[in-house]
Ligand binder design. Structure first.
Ligand SMILES: Nc1ncnc2c1ncn2[C@@H]1O[C@H](COP(=O)(O)OP(=O)(O)OP(=O)(O)O)[C@@H](O)[C@H]1O
Length: 255
């Protein structure tokens, strides 16, 4: 087995600001009050992912999922611990990250492809497929500044999903497209998985995680609370109770 992601005691902390203006900060300091506090968004998280595994990352809002994803993609550095990855890591970390709003969708496609490490030849080869996947019609040649958030998401995802990668990482919260688009993304992610690409997928949707993943990590206030079987992980989170057990959010179950 080949390890493609190795996270060792990964910790990322942020500061929580209590005041917005300089005046408030100065007043608070003069009164001897705290102006900010540090907290661990990701707290001493360790795990390994083997090549070909499809791992879901679940947890309540603010539990550190996106932050963990960013440390794996290299967008953020852990404050302590380390993340080692093998091969090309690509995916959707932030909708429209790196988009230049005054440039057209087509120009941004080239730009985004370059940012994600695609060569000119690779982008040329896949251009039609990416444009076809984004399905933005004439809007592909209008400035991105006029795009809706869903349209940006379509373009970002279309590029990311066509990058040949060893590890594909995706934050489902960023796939804000409409239902047919989500269905298309889900199908594409299944294909990627069948091709043997390792998947690291942040989701709130038990249905999507059950369909796409063979293992789940559950984060709790930045700590790794569970690592193992998908059904057990969903049960650990109590996401299998009540009506939400088989939701159709995100890339959820087939329609
Ligand atoms: N750049 C930042 N600066 C300060 N705090 C941040 C930053 N990014 C995230 N946080 C904080 O870190 C914590 C974890 O955030 P994160 O986005 O990783 O959570 P999440 O599990 O992905 O949440 P959600 O399910 O709501 O998307 C939150 O308390 C958030 O406010």
């Amino acid at each position: 087995m080949t390890t493609v992601i190795q996270a060792e005691s990964v910790t990322k902390s942020f500061s929580m600001q209590y005041h917005r203006s300089l005046k408030q900060i100065v007043l608070a300091k003069a009164r001897g009050q705290k102006t900010h506090e540090y907290f661990n968004a990701v707290d001493d998280v360790s795990f390994t992912v083997e090549a070909g595994e499809s791992v879901g990352v679940m947890g309540l809002n603010g539990s550190g999922k996106s932050t963990l994803l960013k440390t794996i993609s290299g967008v953020m550095r852990p404050d302590s611990g380390q993340v080692l990855t093998r091969g090309r890591v690509a995916g959707l970390i932030a909708t429209g990250a790196g988009f230049q709003s005054q440039l057209s969708g087509r120009d941004n496609l080239w730009l985004n492809a370059a940012i994600l490490g695609m060569s000119e030849a690779e982008t040329k080869r896949k251009l039609d497929a990416i444009i076809d996947f984004a399905d933005l019609g004439k809007f592909i040649d209008t400035p991105v500044t006029y795009y809706s958030s869903g349209m940006k998401s379509r373009l970002g995802f279309a590029v990311a999903i066509h990058v040949e990668s060893d590890v594909f990482i995706a934050d489902e919260a960023l796939a804000v497209g409409d239902r047919p688009f989500k269905r298309k993304c889900k199908q594409k992610m299944r294909e990627i998985r069948e091709n043997g690409t390792t998947i690291f997928f942040v989701s709130h949707s038990p249905g999507a995680v059950k369909q796409l993943c063979d293992r789940v990590l559950v984060l709790e206030k930045g700590k790794l609370g569970f690592d193992g079987d998908v059904k057990e992980g969903i049960h650990y989170l109590h996401y299998d109770e009540g009506e939400d057990g088989d939701d159709d959010e995100g890339f959820g179950p087939d329609d």
